[in-house]
Design a protein around this ligand. Structure first.
Ligand SMILES: Cc1cc2nc3c(=O)[nH]c(=O)nc-3n(C[C@H](O)[C@H](O)[C@H](O)COP(=O)(O)OP(=O)(O)OC[C@H]3O[C@@H](n4cnc5c(N)ncnc54)[C@H](O)[C@@H]3O)c2cc1C
Length: 370
């Protein structure tokens, strides 16, 4: 039962953002900058954001050559290049807003692992493709020295402009900034339903086992893979991603973000531990789920990859495993749109939300302000 104060003040907002991941938090932040006097709330069903934003690998990447090959086939020249630029620009927004030191951004290079010698002409082709947009030629073929690779690895294609962040620090910094901007964040608050109400929306939430109606002039859906209940017609496919983390090991004293199998698999180091993940392509059906969990087939394959990459004698011990849920669609572009006069959505970030999350939030806040 709500009190007079709750009914007349505390449950009323100018903007309610549903979803407390990277997109939801950046949407709230940019909107509050434009409308400092407006009351803004972020509603998150988990204690932490329970999707992908606190589960990811922290790659600050915008495109490896094998990934670009695919994009080029599916999208053509200018679309593929503009996809790369949107990721690159998104990373600049993230870094400017939160600061490199705070998010531990390190431009240590992105590396594509080559099991055969690469076609140098192809590397030059992609440098030529990217140069007019970035003003730089990011790709070069480098030796595999210094990373402890087995003889299975031939060499690496380096993208000098890519790097890594600390995902936990990034979300912590963002949560602090959003709070300083005056945004109220509610966790363990699941939105069940959104309906029209006077000149706005009423948002039915479940908290402490109770249902409560909140009122807002505008609502922003930032629920990524979990958006079907609000947008049943939208093309959104969930995709689970899995990560294994090794015990600390002095061999993992190098830095860099590494990809193989066209970007489906990846690894990096964090505090002398090796983080390896991906492999969704090995069981697309099984991984097309909204439930977290560990897929044994993929776990075994990642462990076997470790032996292949670093040699059977490397004895890498796994300490932790976790998963997160991403959202995919018919193409790699996020959905950023107004649904009705009081509802917008910024969803379907694919596997590149660290790179584009801040930019999607900025665009969504712009849509709300328009
Ligand atoms: C294992 C893994 C590794 C990844 N690695 C990288 C990487 O290295 N680099 C990179 O760029 N990207 C990476 N990604 C992708 C990136 O993490 C995502 O694209 C990004 O986090 C999506 O952000 P989001 O805010 O759109 O969605 P989410 O982070 O999923 O946020 C949506 C939020 O909405 C909440 N929510 C849903 N329904 C409701 C409801 N009804 N009521 C209230 N709250 C609700 C969810 O709990 C969730 O917290 C990775 C993803 C995974 C899973």
């Amino acid at each position: 039962m709500l009190s007079y104060w709750e009914k007349t003040t505390l449950r009323q907002f100018d903007l309610i953002v549903v979803g407390g991941g990277i997109v939801g938090l950046f949407t709230a932040l940019f909107y509050s900058k434009q409308h400092p006097k407006h009351r803004v709330a972020v509603l998150e069903r988990g204690l932490f954001p329970e999707g992908a934003s606190t589960k990811n690998a922290g790659f600050a990447c915008f495109g490896s050559i094998s990934e670009l090959e695919n994009d080029l086939k599916n999208l053509g020249h200018s679309e593929a290049a503009s996809l790369v630029m949107s990721r690159y620009d998104g990373l600049q927004i993230l870094r400017n807003e939160l600061g490199d030191d705070r998010i531990q951004y390190q431009e240590v290079g992105g590396y594509e692992v080559c099991f055969d010698s690469p076609d140098e002409q192809r590397v030059e082709f992609f440098n030529n493709l990217i140069e007019p947009y970035l003003g730089q030629r990011p790709y070069s073929v480098v030796t595999k020295k210094g990373f402890g690779f087995s003889s299975k690895v031939d060499c690496l294609i380096r993208n000098k402009l890519e790097g890594t962040i600390h995902t936990g620090e990034m979300i912590a910094a963002l949560q602090e900034k959003v709070s300083k901007a005056g945004v109220v964040s509610f966790t363990q608050t699941e939105v069940l339903q959104i309906d029209d109400y006077n000149q706005g929306k009423k948002v039915l939430v479940k908290t402490l086992g109770e249902s409560v109606e909140l009122i807002a002039t505008q609502v922003a859906l930032c629920t990524n893979a979990f958006s079907k209940r609000f947008m049943p017609e939208e093309n959104i496919e969930p995709g689970r991603g899995m990560i294994l983390l090794s015990k600390p090991n002095e061999a993992f004293n190098w830095k860099g973000s590494f990809h193989y199998h066209e970007g489906y698999n990846y690894f990096r180091t964090i505090n002398n531990r090796l983080l390896i993940g991906g492999g969704r392509h090995l069981d697309r059906e099984g991984e097309s789920t909204l439930e977290n969990g560990i897929n044994k087939k993929i776990e075994d394959s990642l462990k076997s990859d470790l032996r292949m990459l670093f040699g059977a004698e490397s004895h890498i011990e796994i300490d932790q495993a976790w998963s997160g849920i991403m959202a995919f669609g018919e193409n790699k572009k996020p959905v950023i749109k107004r649904i009705d006069p009081h509802l917008v959505a910024g969803i379907r970030l694919g596997g590149m939300g660290v790179a584009i999350g801040a930019a999607v939030g900025k665009r969504l806040a712009g849509l709300l302000g328009a």
